[in-house]
Design a protein around this ligand. Structure first.
Ligand SMILES: Nc1ncnc2c1ncn2[C@@H]1O[C@H](COP(=O)(O)OP(=O)(O)OP(=O)(O)O)[C@@H](O)[C@H]1O
Length: 231
């Protein structure tokens, strides 16, 4: 039987002696039902701070759903979890530490590239060099263009720029290589790689390109039939 998490303290960031602090994620016997479908069937997971995890699985396996659960979009139907030391039920605290980069980027279509990045920084009370990051993802020429007029690959690059700029301690990335050309895929490896190497960001990457994703996040887990197994 899975060992519960009860007993670990709430605000681990305030208690450096607490061993739970080394975990970015802990899930115990997590089940998730959405409508009639049971997507997760007793998932256990421990991820250390700074680790990079690639999440594999067939279409419809539940990778996006698991990332959304970690981002507290859904609560578990059964089981328990802690994200950056906080109980997942404490969604406000958890959300202070995470960024979810969804497959479609989740950008504001009527805002320009610069405005999207300014807004993201503002929401998190952060500052950052927007021009520099736009240059890195080769979007300087489109800085003032509304997102609705960008190509799919350009949107992906902008979403990547936002994840890089925010550098949240736990960054959840859904299919970062989708819609990108070779140079774009290289940028994903570079920028997300830097987040891990230089900012100790914990990365969870759902992808269908295992070889690429493993360069970024070497530990590989496969989701199938609602279960998560190490590869
Ligand atoms: N909000 C929702 N309500 C009901 N069912 C949902 C919801 N979101 C996802 N699902 C279902 O959950 C299952 C897993 O979907 P999910 O998008 O997580 O898979 P995935 O592994 O990310 O797939 P892909 O590789 O195709 O992106 C699917 O059967 C989907 O229909």
């Amino acid at each position: 039987m899975a060992q519960g998490l009860t007993g670990t303290r709430e605000a681990v960031r305030d208690t450096p002696e607490n061993p739970a602090q080394q975990y970015a994620l802990q899930l115990r016997d997590v089940w998730l039902r959405l409508g009639r479908e049971v997507i997760l069937r007793g998932v256990d997971l421990d991820v250390m701070v700074g680790e990079g995890v690639t999440l594999l699985g067939e279409n419809g396996a539940g990778k996006t759903t698991l990332l959304r659960l970690l981002a507290t979009v859904f609560g578990p139907t059964r089981g328990e979890g802690r994200v950056m030391g906080f109980d997942m039920k404490d969604t406000r605290s958890v959300r202070d530490f995470i960024h979810l980069m969804p497959v479609d980027g989740a950008l504001y279509p009527d805002l320009t590239c610069v405005e999207n990045l300014e807004f993201a920084l503002q929401m998190h009370g952060q500052t950052g060099d927007i021009s520099a990051v736009l240059e890195r993802v080769n979007l300087t020429h489109a800085a003032g263009r509304r997102v609705r007029y960008l190509s799919a690959g350009m949107r992906k690059r902008l979403a990547l720029a936002r994840a890089f700029l925010l550098a949240r301690p736990l960054t959840l990335v859904d299919e970062p290589f989708a819609n990108l050309d070779d140079a774009g895929r290289k940028l994903v490896l570079e920028l997300l790689g830097e987040l891990r190497a230089e900012k100790q960001v914990t990365l969870i990457v759902a992808a269908h390109e295992p070889e690429l994703a493993k360069r970024l996040a070497p530990r590989t887990l496969r989701l199938g039939a609602g279960k998560l197994v190490e590869e």
